[in-house]
Design a binder for this molecule. Structure first.
Ligand code: ATP
Length: 622
């Protein structure tokens, strides 16, 4: 229990202390953003209380009159920001105004650690929330009372390592933040300055922001305005406010849908990837409003998880206000909104991809891996999703669509070739590609984990089957390739001794390989490993092993390049008398297998034996 009469003193969390040192000492030119942050918090508090009053109307007497009040006292040198929102109790104060609550603040500190001191200028972009008050104030008081509770509290700090909490004397719920302004920050007490700051940064706030009872902002939710009347700067401010991001929106989608389930959506695609994009929870971050009433930050069932990079709001008057957040998730109307939004977003991406391929590549670099999850998750929209997917390929350094790939495919080519792996640069160098490159046959280079998985679900595109170049036999002969690049390897395997070499290698390697055979896909490298047609692709096997979902891999097929000088020499040796007891041939069999493994980025199965054999072979060369 808290002793309600005593004044208690606490130390800030270490990171807050560090942050406050930076904030308080900064002669930062954009200090005015402190007001944006405080108004944003006040507006969030009103949103929260308005939601609570849906189920408990007695919580707010003036539920229709939520507002943010600003008051400047030039004599006392104080500026106060008040709201009649949810308020905070003793525990809330301890939890939030003493620790780092917002992700942006943590990111700011990280950037600061990595970067130069000059990066302090980034405060404006990151926004450090409540703590930015200390850029302009010597000390800050917070007088607050939580809705539904009798006790109010006064939090006070000079931002120098400690803060105090004691009982306060507030009669209504809500919060007042009182800033005791620094000498050099008196400008922020001037009416004109305040008016300008609010208009610049907080016009989108949907509650009235009043200075001496005079409204300073439009106080209409930005998404309810005519899209043509919202400027880019206003969008950016709203995007920052609603998503706690600090970049600019790459794409803005503002739509109104009338019909069975009417709704307005204002969605943003960020221009850089948010921190939590790959969090296990895969949360959506689009806020749901019902008839202007804020419902939830992360409503499940509103946005598909593969569009979790979207930010913004959706507001519908056709959802019920009188059900819990959980029940709302299973409302069929919500599912209809989700489908409509998804189609809109994919449609807009398609347009961007067609009209601004360069920009689209940047988007794809940020979010492509997440977006491709939709190929698995959303079978009903698979074709539309596939249409806007882009892939690296051996064609050139640019991304390609599947349709363009198909258009470029060679005569007789009825497959879409791909190679998967973890590192785009490495797979581009893979020996498996040699034969394809020589024939000018394009191969998709797929380096996202998700690629392995959607390829299990989608087997063809425009009548052409997807085919891994690291699995099964290749049929490059039937494809008419580029001039002079045709394979003219000597097929007389027996006269070369190739059959004998293959037999010797098989004998020596035993069950370590599934088969040994001449290769059609190699031109420069002597060997490579291939998965058999029915077996698991090499990269998928590697991924599953990494995640502990697979113990042992399948034996692979070892392919030899019959045109390679070393293979030819070995073949000659295999043909000669005494081959059966030729130690060098035996060592070479193991070394070839290890070499194929190494070229895939793996380590030899038995590194000690590998080194011994390598030494023996090198030794015999001198
Ligand atoms: N006026 C207020 N009324 C009620 N709670 C507030 C108010 N101002 C701040 N808080 C509480 O303090 C917390 C910390 O605020 P701060 O501005 O530092 O970060 P934040 O607003 O949580 O960050 P983000 O903007 O990323 O959500 C808020 O989450 C909120 O719980």
């Amino acid at each position: 229990m808290t002793d309600t009469n005593a004044k208690e003193t606490f130390s800030f969390q270490t990171e807050v202390g560090q942050l406050l040192d930076i904030v308080a000492g900064s002669l930062y030119s954009n200090r005015e953003i402190f007001l944006r942050e405080l108004i944003s918090n006040a507006s969030d508090a009103c949103d929260k209380l308005r939601y609570e009053t849906l189920t408990n109307p007695s919580l707010a007497k003036n539920a229709d009159q939520f507002a943010v009040l600003l008051a400047a006292d030039e004599k006392a040198k104080t500026l106060s920001v008040s709201d009649n929102g949810i308020g905070m109790n003793h525990d809330d104060l301890l939890e939030t105004l003493g620790t780092i609550a917002r992700s942006g603040t943590g990111a700011f500190l990280e950037a600061l650690k990595e970067g130069e001191k000059g990066e302090v200028g980034l405060i404006g972009q990151f926004g450090v929330g409540f703590y930015s008050a200390f850029m302009v104030a010597d000390s800050v008081d917070v007088l607050t009372r939580k809705a539904g509770e009798e006790q109010s509290w006064l939090w006070a700090s000079d931002g120098k390592g400690q803060f105090a909490i004691e009982p306060g004397n507030r009669t209504e719920c809500g919060t007042t933040v009182i800033l005791h302004m620094k000498k050099d920050a008196k400008e922020f007490l001037e009416e004109a300055r305040i008016r300008h700051i609010v208009k610049t940064y907080s016009d989108h706030i949907s509650f009235p922001v009043l200075l001496d009872a005079e409204p300073l902002n439009s106080a209409s939710a930005i998404w309810t305005r005519n899209p043509k009347e919202v400027t880019d700067d206003q969008h950016t401010e709203f995007y920052h406010h609603t998503s706690h991001a600090f970049d600019k929106p790459w794409l803005t989608l503002h739509n109104r849908v009338e019909g069975m389930v009417s709704h307005t959506s204002l969605l943003y695609v960020p221009s850089s990837a948010p921190f939590d994009l790959y969090d296990a929870e895969r949360k959506s971050h689009v806020k749901l409003y019902v008839n202007r009433v804020f419902i939830s930050e992360n409503t499940k069932g509103l946005i598909p998880t593969y569009l979790r990079f979207l930010r913004g709001v959706v507001d519908s008057e056709d959802l019920s206000l009188n059900v819990s957040r959980e029940m709302l998730q299973s409302d069929p109307a919500l599912a209809k909104i989700k489908t409509a939004l998804t189609k809109k977003v994919i449609g807009a991406l398609k347009k961007k991809a067609q009209k601004a391929a360069d920009e689209y590549s940047t988007f794809w670099g940020n979010f492509g891996a997440v977006f491709k999850e939709g190929l698995i998750e959303d079978p009903s929209l698979r074709d539309r999703i596939l249409e806007v997917c882009r892939f690296s390929s051996t064609h050139n350094g640019e991304l390609t669509s599947l349709s363009d790939y198909v258009e470029r495919s060679k005569e007789g080519q009825d497959e879409i070739y791909y190679i998967t792996g973890e590192d785009a640069k490495k797979i581009a160098q893979s020996p498996h590609l040699e034969g394809f490159k020589a024939k000018g046959v394009e191969v998709l280079l797929l380096s996202d984990h998700v690629d392995e998985f959607w390829l299990q679900h989608i087997t063809e595109f425009e009548g052409k089957k997807f085919k891994s170049v690291t699995r099964g036999a290749t049929n490059l002969d039937k494809i008419s390739g580029d001039e002079n690049a045709d394979d003219d390897s000597d097929d007389d395997a027996s006269s070369m001794g190739l059959n004998e070499l293959i037999a010797a290698i098989k004998m020596e390697l035993g069950e370590a390989v599934k088969d040994v055979r001449p290769s059609k896909r190699l031109t420069d490298s002597p060997v490579c490993l291939i998965a058999d047609d029915g077996d698991m692709d090499v990269n998928l096997e590697r991924l599953l092993k990494q995640h502990g979902q697979l113990q042992d891999g399948m034996p692979r097929i070892l392919e030899l390049n019959p045109d390679h000088r070393m293979v030819k020499k070995l073949a000659e040796r295999a043909k000669s008398e005494g081959a059966a007891s030729d130690d060098l041939l035996k060592d070479a069999a193991h070394l070839l297998l290890d070499q194929a493994r190494i070229s895939e980025g793996e380590i030899p199965a038995d590194p000690a034996s590998f080194v011994r054999r390598l030494s023996a072979v090198m030794d015999s060369a001198f």
